[in-house]
Design a protein around this ligand. Sequence first.
Ligand code: NOJ
Length: 657
Amino acid sequence: MGFWSNLFGGKPKLDHEQQITSPNGRIICTVKLKLGSLTYSVKKDGKIVLRESGLGINLQGEQPLKQGLMIVRIQENRKDEAWQTIVGEQRIIHNKYNEVAFYLNETTENGRIFTVRFRIFDDGVAFRYEIPPQNRFQRLIISDELTEFNVDANSNAWRIPAYQPDRYEYNYEKRPVYALASSVHTPLTIETPLGHYISIHEAALINYGSMTIKLNSLNRLQTDITPLSDGMRAYVDLPFNTPWRVVMIGDSPIELITNRMVLNLNEPPKQDFSWVKPLKFIGIWWAMFVGEWTWAPGERHGATTEHAKEYIDAAKRLNIDGVLMEGWNDGWEGDWLQNGASSNFIKPVADLNLEEVVKYAKDKGISIVGHNETVGFIDNYERQMEDTYKYYNSIGINYIKTGYAGSMMTIQGRKEFHHSQAGVRHYQKSVELAAKYHICLDIHEPIKGTGLERTWPNVLTREGARGQEYEGGALSPSHATIIPFTRLLAGGMDYTSGIFDVTNVAKRLASTLARQLAYYVTIYSGMQMAADRPRFYEEINPAAYEFIRNVPVSWEYTVPLLGKIGEYYVVARRDRNSEDWYIGGVTNEEAHRVRLNLDFLDEETNYTAEIYRDSDTDHYRDHQLGISIETRKITKADYLDIWMAPGGGFAVRITKS
Ligand code: NOJ
């Protein structure tokens, strides 16, 4: 008899099968103990979602935690609560699930113990491993995780490859599951032959390697935890809980959009975050991408005191609350990608007076967004991190865009993947320290979102996919119709929307101008950038800019309207601070006409709709600027018929009239 059995008494089970049902009864997860191994399978409405899938963990220098198991206790629980986000796509989030924890004990003299805890929601299944301190040891080296997600191998998946130099910044490709030759990142969204849309992801990724997914020798999807430089997946002190393994399940792609499991599986905040505020910002930024200015000091240096003040004045006129400055600190001279080991995040360059700029901004009610480009040199950054955040807080900088450019990180002198346990630990350290000094983060080259912004709402957004800075031929219009169903299920993204100079020769975008407005609704981000240079808003197209001026960042709720992954996507969202509604729509390389039902509006109410859409001759390749703007009176009973040009889109603002 092992430890758990002594603790709980009762007769251990060597053979067991148990069904755990979602609160609405439609999803059933069957957990089975047979011949000493634990497996699970999932059905929705009686149709298979996942066939019997294995569970287990490989340990370095120890037998795997996988075989010779008995169940010594089963604990059931249920939850039905609502909680509020400070910033987000949805103010009130419902958290409702049935939970069963299986306490396991090995039958051999090894006698090790662990628990697998399942939570079944109306829109998916989640579980994690919980390992308490053991008789023989208090620490573990995890060499592999053996969790399977046994979907039909004939399903189709939208994949981006893992372990590549550009981290998550790849174009998604649709492939049959059986053809996934190498590991891929999550959220991994899959369309099954039975018509389910599922997305495999993880929640609460703390102190562990990030989960990628590979096909195993049985042709089943299995976890492939990002290794450390020594090949191990994680070094942990006990007790330890793995991140939650999450399978979101919908009957249609748009059902995935409002799946809140990943947030719900994270802990509520443990400190006050009422100081966290969403932010719309412009920046000394795109001018560098199109070659007008430079990050490095010199004749065309962007982040000078003079330019910063000009941008602050422009932000004021544009009704924008923040200004980002990149290239303001020591470390950008020459090839900045090589300077990361010595950049300094407090020392400004000669032609920028940081404190003068911050004071100027403060007097005008504008927040400065600081910029810490670490180039992945974590040792250098962590040496300065606390002093930097403390100093920024003391002078009034409450937002930082962090950056981890480069294909690997340098941590304790070793080259590590951004998504390894070492990387994950660093990102977490930065988030917690930033919270201590009341700093909100926009993390570029980040660890993917796993819902930690429930616990740490100061993570307002992150990059973590191909964004507009990749434009200039590297993005196809279909990308923006895929990420809502893949990357964005992991949380908000800084896509750097609102480029009006779409025809710039140095950085031509595969987009119409109307589509640039759509992104503010289709791509949620707690910090939204109006990424172009202010003159493009003020002098070149002030009428189109009105949409950006008005669109909010944080939403009361979100109503996805239409979507086919890779083809088109339309979503409506209600402002958190008013009764205004916004709709955004994007299409792929093909034109697409939509007819929108306005059911979400109030009964017997007159509204005014400002519609920003493509003109009849628009095309993302050679006729990008013909945006047409019209105002119409509407009610809930009306429909909006809107045509999107190839690579185009539309945006609508609806106010009570
Ligand atoms: C990559 C980031 O994604 C980009 O936004 C930034 O401008 C550069 N690194 C420089 O830090």
